[in-house]
Write a protein of this length. Structure first.
Length: 61
């Protein structure tokens, strides 16, 4: 069973690379039981989109 730290790391890595079938299954099982990680997984695409949008702005420090 994954710990929350491991699950969130896999979620982040899934944004950069495909997860293995074992990683996907472990993550799925974890998010079925952990509401906090499930919520984070739902928010991750929004966070990524906002971060990229911010990085593209010309008026950043």
């Amino acid at each position: 069973m994954l710990k929350c730290r491991q699950a969130t790391r896999l979620m982040s890595e899934s944004q950069e690379r495909p997860l293995t079938p074992r990683e996907r299954l472990s993550l799925r099982l974890h998010t079925l039981m952990c509401r906090a990680c499930h919520n984070f997984q739902q928010q991750l695409p929004v966070l990524r989109r906002l971060s990229r949008s911010y990085a593209r702005r010309k008026d950043n420090w």
